[in-house]
Write a protein that binds this ligand. Structure first.
Ligand code: SF4
Ligand code: SF4
Length: 94
């Protein structure tokens, strides 16, 4: 199972290939599709191998790709519940 996921903003990509070259687990390849500028953006050919390390995002000069770890996504989803439960407990003194 993948430990991370990658999000690609296709229209920002200029197809430099840095994300493909620097992904340590060879998740990405440049696709044969074109964006509106005429470039071939990457796509995930091995999504199960993504660790969410975000090396692709760090090397992208156009802020067109982002990697996320699965644990970070779950923690973000749990935050609102934790914040809502605290005030109710504090208001029970009378
Ligand atoms: S590094 Fe960025 S601009 Fe270059 S191919 Fe990857 S997504 Fe496109
Ligand atoms: S987040 Fe890491 S493993 Fe996933 S595609 Fe980007 S560089 Fe590769």
């Amino acid at each position: 199972m993948a430990r991370g996921t990658v999000q690609i903003v296709v229209e920002r990509c200029k197809a430099c290939g840095f994300c493909v070259e620097f992904c340590p687990t060879k998740v990405l390849e440049l696709s044969s599709a074109f964006n509106s500028k005429g470039y071939h953006p990457p796509h995930a050919v091995n999504p199960d191998k993504c660790s969410g390390c975000d090396l692709c995002g760090m090397f992208c000069p156009d802020f067109a790709i982002y990697g996320f770890r699965m644990k970070e996504a779950k923690a973000e989803a749990a935050k609102p519940e934790d914040e809502n439960s605290a005030p109710e407990e504090a208001s029970s003194a009378s």
